[in-house]
Design a protein around this ligand. Structure first.
Ligand SMILES: Nc1ncnc2c1ncn2[C@@H]1O[C@H](COP(=O)(O)OP(=O)(O)OP(=O)(O)O)[C@@H](O)[C@H]1O
Length: 466
């Protein structure tokens, strides 16, 4: 992915989006409302160099599979351009398309589903030869299938040729699926969670085989996985996706060891089997992934981000801003509950605010009162809130108590505002990586030291040619 050196780009993805559900459904028509499409892949750009192994990681639903299917032309992009070896895949002639179908293959997650149970191994593996009109007669096809079965470790091939999927183990089936992809001698293979359905004990064997096959067949791979240890083991370069966006990409080692995007950091922190060394951090992200049908404005990650950027005139700490921002978002979501404040509370607005300023994060990131109360409240005294903001927050809490949470959030917009919510972050070159985060915009944002630290990091001119 955007590798260094003089290798040529094989796959170029430019501002690609894939939206599902763009047409008006029956319910939309009846209610007279516009369709709200799922933004499965949203404005993604990157390049894969020939010979690279690129990994795409991210939580379930972030758009990894959709991106993979776009690259092999199982889906057409809604917007943007994908070029394969210089040719725009969305406007290929019939001849170019059939050539493309040979050069590009995809291996799917589930070898139990991806193989037809009624087809023998020979028929399964030989099918792409037939479809693509590659090898003529039966004997030649049989010989080619023998060869490729041998290459994927199903030897002696004659034992497997006439077997059916239900006679094979999960590992053997996945090897058949790999053989089926390789039989046409492709150049680019998208592997979507290729070992996640296999027993842990045999995963390494299949992955090592895939590495060997990369050399032997001169392949370029795109690995899609939520398994970060796999990405680290297999891939030269990695891209991290969040809600359809590519938030960070670069050499795998750098992305894993020194993540620049707060989401990448949280993602790796949350995974126990990636060795991060003695100073392992814990994920300091709050809340759940929002719906891709209604992604947050600005940076998609801003509602969960530990490093959300305060406005320049924010006189308090970044943490106090993060909490104020959370309070505003909770008001918008209807998550601030006036009934949670007891009728005899002496200061109901303060009590409501102290509940609303809590963060759903691991204990080590909580305030003393938050820990003591089991995450139910913080004390205003613990937070370094600027006086004006504190007054505005208390006023908003009053309005929420009157049953007007949206009006309360509107009132806060003036004080509790962040570039992370108002502006979409364009990817920036940061050291060896491309990172889509306003912390690298190059201007002073935020009042705490942390949010500005990386912005000051010099860009390595050699690495930035990536
Ligand atoms: N054919 C489709 N029609 C409508 N929505 C879809 C379709 N395919 C995917 N989506 C939605 O697009 C979003 C991205 O899905 P995708 O499968 O690409 O994510 P993923 O990262 O591969 O997730 P997983 O790891 O669970 O497979 C999800 O919200 C999903 O529900």
């Amino acid at each position: 992915m955007d590798g260094t050196g003089d290798r040529e780009p094989l796959v170029e993805v430019e501002n690609v989006s894939k939206l599902f559900g763009t047409s008006q459904g029956v319910v939309d028509t009846l209610l007279g409302r516009e369709p709200r499409p799922v933004r499965a892949v949203d404005d993604v750009s990157f390049t894969i160099e020939r010979g690279d192994i690129v990994g795409i990681a991210g939580e379930s639903g972030c758009g990894k599979t959709t991106l993979g299917k776009l690259l092999v032309k199982l889906y057409e992009p809604t917007e943007g351009t994908i070029r394969f070896d210089g040719t725009d895949v969305t406007s290929m002639s019939t001849g170019e398309e059939s050539e493309f179908r040979k050069r590009v293959q995809m291996i799917f997650q589930d070898p139990f589903e991806s193989l037809n149970p009624r087809m023998s191994v020979f028929d399964t593996v030989a099918e792409p030869l037939k479809i693509n009109g590659i090898v003529g007669d039966y004997e030649e096809r049989r010989e080619r299938v023998r060869e490729v079965l041998d290459d994927v470790g199903l030897a002696p091939a004659d034992v497997y040729l006439d077997a059916f999927p239900d006679e094979l183990s999960g590992g053997e089936r996945q090897r058949v699926a790999i053989a089926r992809a390789l039989v046409v001698d492709p150049e680019f293979v998208v592997c979507d969670e290729p070992v996640s359905m296999l027993d842990v004990s045999i995963r390494a064997g299949v992955l090592n085989l895939m590495k060997e096959l990369q050399e032997q067949y001169d392949l370029t791979y795109l690995f899609i996985s939520h398994d970060l240890s796999l990405i680290r083991y297999m891939c030269d370069r990695a891209g991290i996706m969040y809600l359809g966006n590519m938030v960070e990409r670069g050499p795998t080692g750098d992305v894993v060891d020194d993540p620049k995007h707060p989401y990448t950091e949280a993602l790796f922190d949350a995974v126990p089997d990636v060795e991060l060394g003695a100073d392992r951090r814990r994920a300091n992200a709050t809340g759940e992934v929002p719906s891709p049908r209604d992604p947050p404005p600005g940076c998609r990650y801003n509602p969960r981000c530990a490093k959300v950027i305060p406005p320049e005139d924010w006189a308090g700490s970044q943490e106090s801003f993060r909490r104020a921002h959370q309070f505003k978002l909770k008001l918008r979501r209807g998550d601030v509950e006036p009934e949670s404040v007891g009728p005899d509370s002496p200061e109901p607005a303060r009590a409501l605010l102290e509940r609303g300023l809590t963060l759903d994060v691991p204990e080590e990131f909580q305030t003393g009162t938050e820990v003591e109360s089991g995450g139910h409240r913080v004390s205003l005294r613990e937070l370094d809130l600027p006086a004006a903001a504190r007054d505005a927050l208390l006023e908003a809490a009053e309005v929420a108590l009157e049953g007007e949470p949206d009006a309360a959030a509107d009132d806060l917009e003036r004080v509790v505002t962040t570039v992370c919510e108002t502006d979409y972050p364009d990817p920036r070159t940061v050291a060896t990586r491309e990172v889509a985060c306003h912390r690298y915009d190059g201007e002073g944002h935020g009042a705490d030291g942390d949010s500005g630290v990386d912005r000051a990091a010099p860009v390595d001119p050699v690495a930035s040619e990536d």
